[in-house]
Write a protein of this length. Structure first.
Length: 195
């Protein structure tokens, strides 16, 4: 698994991710792996994915075609972006989209977080999205990260420090999370960059 976190404060949106890969009980730490990132940059948006490493490769390949729509400016725009992508992911990337017996829709198999000038978002496998006011986390270390960020959010001015606190707590207690951490920041629309 992974731990991906997002936060926004003082005019800055920030996304952070750990760099540990796991194959069952085998841990591949960042100093062993060249392609250790769990974050893709799509236009002006940073997207971090949890789950299989194939998802990030597929997403980067899909969005490498500049003609494919990509709008991460709102929850509705994210839904439309992945609604269009869903067909191509099934036909060109052989994504297994068959729903479980009780599922109402096919899944796109992506779950992660995004940060851009419009805010911080969660991207869900049914192509829906949520936008957050302060912070959120995804992955196996999510609960530890959320607790840490809740504790420090009002105390820390620098949003990167809030993200680091979440990742450090996850790495301390979650066996599938480890540093070093990858952290990306972007100024929010209409905000002056303050720290």
């Amino acid at each position: 698994m992974s731990t991906i976190v997002v936060a926004q404060k003082n005019g800055i949106a920030c996304l952070g991710a750990d760099t540990l890969s796991c194959l069952g009980s085998l841990r591949q730490k960042a100093h062993h792996v060249v392609n250790k990132t769990k974050v893709a940059k799509i236009g002006d948006t940073y997207v971090g994915l949890t789950g299989t490493s194939a998802s990030l490769v597929v997403m980067q390949s899909y969005f490498s075609n500049p003609e494919r729509p990509r709008d991460f400016s709102s929850t509705q725009a994210i839904f439309e972006t992945f609604r269009v992508a869903h067909h191509y992911l099934k036909t060109e990337y052989f994504m297994s989209a068959h729903p479980e017996k009780d599922d109402e829709y096919e899944t796109t198999q992506f779950y992660g977080l995004a940060a851009n000038a419009h805010g911080i978002f969660a991207v869900y496998s049914y192509r829906s999205a949520q936008q957050f006011h302060k912070f959120w986390a995804a992955g196996s270390g999510r609960d530890y990260a959320l607790g840490a960020m809740q504790t420090v959010y009002d105390k820390f001015k620098n949003v990167e420090d809030i993200v680091k606190a979440g990742l450090e707590a996850a790495a301390e207690f979650d066996s599938a999370t480890a540093g070093p951490f990858e952290i990306h920041s972007v100024p929010l629309v209409g905000s002056k960059k303050r720290r």
